[in-house]
Design a protein around this ligand. Structure first.
Ligand code: GDP
Ligand code: CA
Length: 314
């Protein structure tokens, strides 16, 4: 079986670890969000790709959900001593290693897809990890505060401002001119099923779908999604602030309707949202526990997603 999943960071990575366990024989391709990518200290940082790579490769800081396990922060201390910022974005020494290798390869002319493949040669994530695009796409957030109306990088809004300042709009800068990375459309074309893990519908999955060509290629397949919203709130993070910015209510049903029946065939919601069970304007909704408390729980959710896809695809 050939499975393609579109993934952001933590929600995507934890789901994928379950998917890999649920379907050990499957050929899994992951299309990763690169809209969160940022240049810091002269280095290119790809937080979502790295979260997937570290989580599936056994190098993740489990409690935190991002960054490396057994991390140390000497470089950060040295940068602070020089008063070189930003100080709000935490990078540990081990993590710096990844960004140095990536930046060196990018500077040498390798596309991000080739760099990602090279990094994965070490981590062996057990899936094929592709960036959504080799072209630069950056999510910017238009905010208005005491300093006036301006656009900031998504990471500044998310990490420094904790999404506390309302977003007027969220823009994937460069998306419309971006091309899917090599292998992305081919993997979608060959897929038996496409899964949308419980990643942020706006700045993770939404950004991937904004790359021209990806959305129609996904929509042509049997697509099952897993809700990141349970009982009207995100399980973790501030996805509600992103949904509000695009005028979508923070509920499992509203997110399904936002993706739309042209894209989604099936939608898993939590038992807290079991009132949605049945048909939602052409989308088959099933409720089950959706908390990824451990790998087994994530695997059970992944199995349910594959079962629903099998039911709907036949
Ligand atoms: P990010 O890039 O690190 O923000 O990660 P993603 O975009 O991949 O995922 C973020 C989303 O994961 C958030 O909106 C959370 O609600 C969702 N999420 C995190 N843990 C769980 C969980 O255990 N179950 C479900 N259903 N969603 C989760
Ligand atoms: Ca992210």
């Amino acid at each position: 079986m050939r499975i393609v999943a579109l993934a952001g960071g933590i929600g995507g990575a934890r789901f994928l670890r379950g998917l890999r366990q649920a379907a050990p024989e499957a050929d899994i391709t992951v299309i990763g969000n690169t809209g969160d990518d940022i240049s810091l200290f002269g280095l290119r940082v790809c937080p979502d790709l790295d979260t997937v790579m570290y989580t599936l490769g056994g190098g993740i800081n489990e409690e935190q959900g991002w960054g490396r396990a057994d991390e140390r922060f000497t470089i950060r201390e040295e940068l602070a001593a020089y008063e070189v910022g930003p100080s709000w974005f935490t990078l540990g020494d081990r993590d710096f290693g990844t960004h140095i290798v990536r930046s060196q390869m990018l500077d040498a002319g390798y596309p991000l897809s080739a760099v990602t493949e090279a990094l994965c040669a070490r981590w062996k994530p057990g899936v094929r990890l592709l960036p959504m695009s080799d072209d630069r796409v950056e999510t910017h957030v238009v905010i208005e505060d005491a300093e006036g109306r301006r656009a900031v990088h998504f990471q500044e809004w998310w990490v420094r401002l904790h999404a506390q300042v309302p977003a007027r709009s969220i823009v994937a800068v460069g998306a419309e001119d971006a091309k899917p990375a090599p292998g992305v459309l081919e993997a979608l074309e060959a897929a038996d099923v496409v899964i949308l893990p419980p990643s942020n519908p706006v700045v993770s999955v939404g950004t991937i779908l904004a790359v021209p060509g990806i959305r129609p290629a996904v929509a042509a397949k049997t697509v099952v999604g897993v809700s990141p919203i349970i009982g009207g709130a995100p399980v973790r993070g501030m996805a509600d602030a992103c949904l509000t910015a695009i005028g979508v209510e923070t509920s499992a049903g509203a997110v399904a309707a936002h993706y739309g029946p042209d894209l989604l065939d099936g939608w898993l919601v939590d038992t807290a949202d079991s009132d949605l069970d049945g048909d939602l304007d052409g989308i088959a909704v099933r409720s089950r526990p959706l908390l990824m408390t451990d790998v087994d729980a994530a695997a059970a959710i992944a199995r349910a997603a594959l079962d629903l896809a099998a039911e709907l695809g036949s």
